[in-house]
Each structure stands twice: as structure tokens, then as C-alpha cells.
Design a protein around this ligand. Structure first.
Ligand SMILES: CC(C)(COP(=O)(O)OP(=O)(O)OC[C@H]1O[C@@H](n2cnc3c(N)ncnc32)[C@H](O)[C@@H]1OP(=O)(O)O)[C@@H](O)C(=O)NCCC(=O)NCCS
Length: 160
């Protein structure tokens, strides 16, 4: 299954909204519950593309499989020359087939090079076994468990 990462467009809004199922509700701090909220989030993603790369703190990509929106993946909290954090969601119908792992490998190569990062973090709730497995398959190593506003999370890291 060949996947590509491309920038999100307004046309992705409905698929972006529909991809947020009950697992997204369980594992994300915030998620859109209406099309209006989804449109607002997509607009924030588009606005971030307008910031020059040198100053950008976040870049989000659609995971595209044969022209279909199969989810999204982002590098955020970018500190150029230093570090960033990834976040991802694969649409329910595409899960468990290696899509999230492939998307991470593509994003890591891009983000290390583009933003000259030394390390990239991934954080997951303790119960999010699929995400932990995906991060490990993508080359991340478990570092420690941290306390966050959203409860305990496992912190994973991968170095350039
Ligand atoms: C986490 C997520 C992005 C993974 O995407 P994906 O395309 O299914 O990931 P992959 O197929 O590359 O890898 C998932 C791995 O987890 C495993 N897995 C899935 N559910 C699991 C579970 N409940 N317990 C243990 N392992 C599980 C899969 O079998 C697979 O491992 P394998 O290849 O060794 O069999 C996807 O499940 C998702 O979008 N979840 C909801 C949003 C979310 O949690 N995002 C991450 C927030 S930190």
C-alpha cells in the first residue's frame, strides 16, 4: 500500500472530521465533535503553512493513499535545530495495516532534515497500545512515563 504525505486542503475537512472516532476521543486531549469545529482545526492547519519554515512550530500532513484521505500526521512543538513532537491519527478503516508506521517513517525523515532536529518525541496515554506499538516499529524508544494535564503518558524518543 503506497502512502504519501501531502499538505491538507479545505476539501479534506469532511474526511478529517469523520476520521475522529471513539479512539480519537479516548486518546486525544481535544478533537472535533462538529463539522464547524473540524473546519476551524483545518483552518489552523492551513494558517500554519503560511508561517516561514524558520519560524514554524507545527506542520501537519494528510496521509494519502491513492487519493484517499487515510488520516493525518503532524510534527509540532518544533524547536528548530533541537526537537519536535509527533501526533497522528489513522482513519478507522485504514488501521492495523502499517499505515501509521509508514507515515511516521516518512515524517521523521522529512522533519529531521527540514527542521534540523536532533530528537523527536512521541507521547501516548498508557492504554494506547496501538500507538505505542506503532512508535516502536517506527524507531522510537520508550524513555519514561510522565505526568501531564491529561494524565500519565508514556514518552518515546527517536534521535536523528
Ligand atoms: C495509533 C494509530 C495512529 C496507529 O495507526 P495504524 O495505522 O493502525 O498503525 P500500524 O498498523 O502501523 O501499527 C499498529 C500496531 O499496533 C498493534 N495494535 C493495534 N491495536 C492494538 C492493541 N489494542 N493492543 C496492542 N497492539 C495493538 C497492531 O497490531 C500493529 O502492530 P503489528 O504491526 O505488530 O501487528 C491508530 O490506531 C489511531 O489513529 N488511533 C486513534 C488516534 C490515536 O490514538 N492517535 C495517537 C495518539 S498518541
Amino acid at each position: 500500500m503506497e502512502i504519501i504525505l501531502r499538505h491538507i486542503t479545505k476539501e479534506d475537512t469532511e474526511a478529517y472530521f469523520k476520521a475522529h472516532d471513539e479512539d480519537a476521543a479516548k486518546f486525544f486531549a481535544t478533537y472535533p465533535t462538529t463539522m464547524e469545529e473540524a473546519a476551524k482545526e483545518v483552518q489552523e492547519i492551513l494558517d500554519a503553512y503560511e508561517v516561514p519554515k524558520e519560524k514554524r512550530t507545527k506542520e501537519t500532513f494528510a496521509i494519502d493513499i491513492g487519493g484517499m484521505f487515510a488520516g493525518f500526521i503532524a510534527i509540532h512543538h518544533i524547536v528548530r535545530g533541537k526537537e519536535g513532537t509527533t501526533g497522528s491519527l489513522v482513519a478507522p478503516e485504514f488501521r492495523g495495516r502499517g499505515v501509521g508506521t509508514q507515515a511516521h517513517k516518512l515524517l521523521l525523515a522529512y522533519a529531521f532534515k527540514t527542521y534540523k532536529l536532533k530528537k523527536i518525541y512521541g507521547r501516548t496515554k498508557l492504554a494506547n497500545k496501538a500507538s505505542q506499538r506503532m512508535l516502536e516499529k517506527s524507531g522510537y524508544k520508550y524513555e519514561k512515563t510522565i505526568e501531564t494535564e491529561g494524565g500519565k503518558k508514556k514518552l518515546y524518543v527517536v534521535f536523528s
